[in-house]
Each structure stands twice: as structure tokens, then as C-alpha cells.
Design a protein around this ligand. Structure first.
Ligand code: ZN
Length: 348
């Protein structure tokens, strides 16, 4: 693992998710054992492009992709198909296994809801305890989901996701518990969305991704990069980041060409209500490198997209998950364009 802040490299099994020198985020570096290929049978067909680990092959991923009724150039990637109805499961199934491998029996995470739901689910399968610090704006449905799926010990924090993150990190240090959440192993698991999309829609030219902590988009960029290196891509799709106009620190930084500044989240789209995205800087670099862009949609537009998506397809997307659908409506498509909107979650 290498620190993206100070550059420190940790060669041996390093049981922490953050740099011991500067607290920076780490990146897992490894040579993939082969190509991602176009496997469409099981998530675990991609194990050769994931970090080596003692994974139990629990059900996850392999989510559907459907064509838009009204627009032949648009597909929806339904991450709501995952066991806890969000993309988080792809990361949790890797990260929880890693925590176990490192000898831990308890994990702690900060969450706006979906993260904790997913971690609680896989921790139970792996027989591990979970402590959750959840942001004050978490919705009641998500609280109920987390309680329903395991025995997580939940503390609702007064404050937003960043406040919850501080509590989780402090708890991990004080009690020597595995800090889980938007860190390096999770990102690797989430890179599998890119492989599936490129197997299901090989001519995809655009991938539209809601951005909260920017781990999903970073994972997608890493997955696409890996496919490009191994000559598996016909063309590199442009990645489009989407945030709410009521919480857009990522979009502002991208457009103004400066570092991300914390912004108090005012959006109702809880899954993307993150004032300081952990993987933000990394994702901005990735977007710039590959010609991607960043846009914002209003809460009202997300609600409308959420409602029409349910009406048209019978599929429940949460507001944050529908951000990509709302953004797709604003795009002008050319004849050969094929955009895939990642519907990232449906917990509402
Ligand atoms: Zn460092």
C-alpha cells in the first residue's frame, strides 16, 4: 500500500487503512493476475483483478443493466440489485474479508446509512462485531435496515458525515478496531462496477456516477484504467461525476481547478451528503486525465427522476441514486453515444 499524501510505502501486511505517518489515504498497489475479461456469471470471476485475499464467495454484484424506454442512447446500471440495495456491497465484501484476515473481530465505520447497512450485513456473515457512527441526517428507513440485518451498535452523531468520520476514526484508534469505510480495499471492490458495465455495454461512451465520498467514481476510474492498460477497451468512456446543487464541493473544485473545500451538506439526498469527499482529490485528477467532467443537479430534479424511474420501471432508487438519472436528462446525446447512468442505491 502507498500513501497518496506523503508517498510512504507499506510493503508488509499493514493492518491500517490510513497512513501511519500523515494519516493520508492509502492506495493498494498490485499486479492483477490477468485481464478483467467479459465475465458475466459471477462477481468472483473478477477475483483475478482484485487484491489477493481469503474471500468467501458471498452473493454480490452482477447487477442488471437496462435500456431506457425513452432514449436508445441511455442505459441504467442497477446497483439497487445488490444484497443491501447499494453499490457499497461490492466494497464491503472485500473489506470485511480483509479485516478478518488481519485478525480483527470488530469493525467500526462512519456512515450516512448505506455503508453501515452493507458492512453490518457482511460482518454478520463473517462473524464480526460492528460499531456504527451515523450522521445526524440519516433517514429512518436506513436506521431500520441496519438494525434489521445484524447486531450493529449504532450511535447517531450530532452533525454530518464528517463528524461521524471523526468519531469512527477516534474509536478505531482507542480500541484497536478495524476502521472500515471509504478506504483502499473498498475502492478495489467497487472497481468491479466498471468491469461489469464494459462487459454489458461494450460500446459505452459515458458513465454517469453520483458522488458522495468519491470512492465509487475512483474505483470506476481505476477499473477503466486497468482495462485500458491491458488493451481491453475499444474506447475509454468519459466519466461524469454528479452531485447535488445543495452539496457540491467536488463539482466546485473540479470546475474552478482548485483543492476541495469543505461545504456543509444541505441536500436531502443523504447518500451523497458529504461535505469533504475522502477520495475527491484523487477522483478529480482521474477525471481530468481522462477527459471526464462534473455536473450538479438540484434536489428537485433528483426527486422527479426518482419518481419517474419508479413509474417507468418499477424500480426504487433513492435520491442520491437517482442523481445520475437526473444528470442524464440534461445531457445532449450524439448518435453514437451510449451512456450508462449508475443508479447507485435504493434504500428509501
Ligand atoms: Zn502518508
Amino acid at each position: 500500500m502507498a500513501c497518496t499524501g506523503c508517498g510512504e510505502v507499506y510493503r508488509r501486511r499493514y493492518p491500517s487503512q490510513v497512513c501511519g505517518r500523515c494519516n493520508g489515504i492509502l492506495e493498494v498497489r498490485y499486479n492483477a493476475a490477468g485481464k478483467a475479461g467479459h465475465a458475466l456469471a459471477s462477481f468472483w470471476d473478477y477475483e483475478n483483478v482484485l487484491p489477493k485475499g481469503r474471500y468467501k464467495h458471498y452473493e454480490v454484484g452482477m447487477t442488471r443493466i437496462i435500456r431506457s424506454h425513452g432514449n436508445a442512447n441511455l442505459f441504467f446500471k442497477l446497483e439497487t440489485d445488490n444484497p443491501t440495495r447499494s453499490f457499497k456491497d461490492r466494497g464491503s465484501v472485500i473489506e470485511v474479508a480483509k479485516a478478518k484476515e488481519y485478525g480483527y473481530d470488530e469493525l467500526v465505520c462512519a456512515s450516512t446509512g448505506n455503508m453501515a447497512y452493507s458492512i453490518a450485513y457482511y460482518s454478520k456473515l463473517y462473524g464480526m462485531r460492528v460499531k456504527v457512527f451515523i450522521s445526524g441526517n440519516a433517514n429512518i428507513d436506513k436506521m431500520r435496515d441496519i438494525r434489521g440485518v445484524g447486531d450493529a451498535d449504532i450511535t447517531k452523531v450530532r452533525g454530518d458525515f464528517s463528524a461521524a468520520q471523526e468519531r469512527a476514526s477516534e474509536y478505531a484508534k482507542r480500541r484497536n478496531v478495524f476502521l472500515s469505510g471509504d478506504y483502499c480495499y473498498r475502492k478495489e471492490g467497487q472497481s468491479t462496477v466498471a468491469y461489469e458495465i464494459m462487459a454489458q455495454a461494450r460500446n459505452a461512451t459515458h458513465i454517469i456516477v453520483p458522488v458522495g465520498n468519491a470512492t465509487l467514481i475512483s474505483g470506476i476510474l481505476k477499473g477503466l484504467g486497468r482495462m485500458e492498460e491491458s488493451g481491453e477497451l475499444r474506447t475509454m468512456p468519459k466519466v461524469i461525476a454528479v452531485q447535488s446543487t445543495s452539496c457540491m464541493p467536488f463539482v466546485r473544485a473540479f470546475k474552478k481547478g482548485r483543492k476541495i473545500k469543505y461545504e456543509e451538506p444541505k441536500t436531502d439526498a443523504d447518500a451523497i451528503a458529504v461535505g469533504m469527499p475522502t477520495f475527491g482529490e484523487q477522483a478529480i485528477l482521474g477525471l481530468k486525465e481522462h477527459g471526464g467532467c462534473a455536473v450538479a443537479v438540484s434536489d428537485r430534479e433528483m426527486k422527479k427522476a426518482q419518481e419517474s424511474f419508479y413509474r417507468d420501471y418499477g424500480i426504487v432508487a433513492e435520491m442520491g441514486g437517482a442523481a445520475s438519472i437526473a444528470a442524464a436528462r440534461q445531457l445532449k446525446f450524439k448518435e453514437d453515444d451510449l451512456a450508462v447512468a449508475v443508479v447507485s442505491g435504493g434504500n428509501v
